[in-house]
Design a protein around this ligand. Structure first.
Ligand SMILES: Nc1ncnc2c1ncn2[C@@H]1O[C@H](COP(=O)(O)OP(=O)(O)OP(=O)(O)O)[C@@H](O)[C@H]1O
Ligand SMILES: [Mg+2]
Length: 308
């Protein structure tokens, strides 16, 4: 749905985006993660047809952002990182105004505004003046506006910045719902943990370059090919450890009461192999758990001075 190849953007002599490539499949939620100044907004503005690339191509639903900007604008809903809203009108008026701006049929505008208010939980606030809304409410209004023309692709630049913890959770739930409705969601954030739960894929950018791209699990695996497992046995933990140490894929193993902790190298397939091996040795396994990668550590590992 989004295809970016060799994208560059220079501001004068400064290259803010350097050879960025990635793909976002239809219907997925893609997290674009990076620290301040990484080039997220610059990339997003190029995808949204607001900024012309210095080099490279970006296609949205097959349409080139440079050659067919009008076509792309109909397909995307773009929510900028900073936005102004007209203050002196009510929430419903604001949305109907944008329904008109998108030239939606006059007779349908009210119903469409009602639908997006329902989706974004703005219905109870529909009569409020925009000037009376809190920051979080404005954020929702901006998202509602982004949805008014029923775009296939949502491009959201740090939409959750400044929201309180409950609002963030609700916002994530809303993104999941939009994804279920079949929309492709491209969303930026500074924080990997904030998005990892809802993104099928992430791209990590720093100093204008993509450092890693793919599912969080595949990135984690590429960085640390070992995995840690905890196996709870009914008896014989010490013997199980001795047997495990004989296996080439077991880097280390130790018993902790009735729990065996082991570090394994290799893909996911080594886990059932180890279970089969232990079961064959008559070790009664009561449970097995894989320790999850610590996402913050992962993020720090990827971005720690990796680019000169
Ligand atoms: N109009 C501009 N002129 C010159 N340099 C710019 C301009 N816009 C952005 N930059 C520079 O490009 C780099 C990338 O900025 P960008 O806004 O894309 O980063 P970002 O990843 O969105 O950061 P943040 O997380 O702070 O929003 C920064 O070094 C910034 O100073
Ligand atoms: Mg930005």
């Amino acid at each position: 749905m989004i295809e970016v190849k060799g994208l560059h953007k220079s501001y004068g002599g400064f290259e803010a985006v350097k050879d960025v490539s990635f793909q976002v499949a239809p219907g997925t939620v893609f997290g674009f993660i990076g620290p301040n100044g990484a080039g997220k907004t610059t990339t997003i503005r190029m995808l949204s047809t607001l900024l012309e690339p210095t080099a490279g191509t970006a296609l949205v639903d097959g349409h080139c952002v440079v050659n067919y900007p009008e076509r792309v604008r109909q397909i995307i809903g773009y929510m900028p990182d900073r936005f102004g809203v007209y203050e002196g009108i009510q929430v419903w008026e604001y949305l109907e105004f944008f329904a008109a701006a998108y030239k939606l049929p006059r007779g349908r505008r009210r119903a469409i505004a009602e639908e997006v208010m329902e989706l974004t939980d703005l219905t109870p606030l529909k009569e409020k003046l925009v000037s009376e809304l809190s920051k979080g409410m404005r954020q929702r209004l901006c998202l509602a506006k982004t949805l008014i023309h029923d775009p296939k692709v949502l491009i959201l630049d740090e939409p959750a910045a400044g929201l309180d913890p409950r609002a963030r959770i609700e916002f994530r739930a809303l993104l999941v719902e939009l994804s279920r409705m079949g929309k492709t969601v491209f969303i930026s954030s500074h924080i990997l943990t904030e998005l990892s739960g809802i993104c099928q894929e992430v791209g990590i950018i720093e100093q204008g370059q993509i450092l890693a791209c793919g599912s969080v699990e595949s990135i984690a695996r590429a960085l640390s090919p070992s995995r840690r497992v905890r196996i709870r046995v009914l008896r014989g933990a010490a013997e199980a450890v001795e047997w495990l140490k004989k296996r080439p894929e077991v880097l280390e193993a130790a018993a902790d009461g009735e729990t065996v902790r082991a570090t394994l190298q290799g893909g996911e397939e080594v886990v059932p192999e180890i279970v089969k091996y232990l079961a064959g040795l008559d070790v009664p396994i009561a449970g097995l758990e894989q320790e999850h990668h610590n996402l913050e550590t992962l993020f720090m590992q990827i971005t720690k001075g990796a680019v000169a």
